[in-house]
Write a protein that binds this ligand. Structure first.
Ligand code: AMP
Length: 217
């Protein structure tokens, strides 16, 4: 399985990717997660990416493509991967196609999680992540049973630095301007499917299973 998850920040890509990983035994490749890990580690790459991330801009294509190339070439991608948050613009999508061509691979599908713009601001500013196990919660739409405590492992729930209102508005604008052209790009390749991202989490996952079952292997 080799798929791209398309969707605005807050559309639920990360939540669905984690469920698909558990179900299909493939890996999730999230450029946002890779970049946040580089920032926490204080690496040169992390230092170069931090300012853009804090402001809600895109990190340069060079950095992101270098990271993707290295990650896709690792042995745990043999059974397939779900690209989450990459590509983010047309240049990255074209570079991905050439990279996969050179590896004799191709994308099977691009699946768009469709969520109305008005819902996204709320979803993003309420988002919480467990610092220990990475489980995702939301203060408004999917709260933990005990405030600030992870239901899965009891870890502490934290908010991402870029989930504040000012940065979120900018990230949504960047999505609109730079990432939405990918919808037409993958549609013209006959690879695009849309899933209604406002439905309950488990129904959305069922929608993914239906789409994935229909792919030619
Ligand atoms: P995400 O976790 O996918 O919302 O990404 C968080 C931030 O990381 C974004 O706001 C960007 O600054 C950066 N980022 C993640 N993926 C990419 C990408 N494919 N291209 C450029 N910047 C990215």
């Amino acid at each position: 399985m080799r798929i791209v998850l398309l969707g605005a920040p807050g559309s639920g890509k990360g939540t669905q990717a984690k469920k698909l990983v558990d179900h299909y035994g493939v890996v999730q490749i999230s450029t946002g997660d890779l970049l946040r890990a580089a920032v926490s580690a204080g690496s040169e790459l992390g230092k170069a990416a931090k300012a853009a991330m804090d402001a809600g801009h895109l990190v340069s294509d060079d950095i992101v493509l270098g990271m993707i190339k290295e990650r896709i070439n690792q042995p745990d991608t043999q059974r397939g991967y779900i690209l989450d948050g990459f590509p983010r613009n047309l240049a990255q999508a074209a570079a991905l196609d050439s990279l996969l061509n050179s590896l004799n691979q191709s994308l099977e599908a691009a699946i768009l999680l469709d969520v109305p713009f008005e819902d996204l601001l709320h979803r993003l500013t309420g988002r919480q992540t467990c610092a220990s196990c990475g489980a995702l919660f939301n203060l408004y739409t999917h709260p933990s049973a005990v405030s600030g405590v992870c239901d899965v492992c009891g870890g502490e729930l934290t908010q991402r630095a870029d989930d504040n209102e000012a940065t979120v508005s900018h990230r949504l604008k960047v999505f609109e301007e730079q990432t939405t052209p990918l919808i037409a790009f993958y549609d013209s390749q006959g690879k695009l499917t849309r899933i209604d991202g406002t439905r309950p989490i488990d129904e959305i996952t069922e929608g993914f299973h239906d789409v994935l079952a229909g792919l030619k292997r």
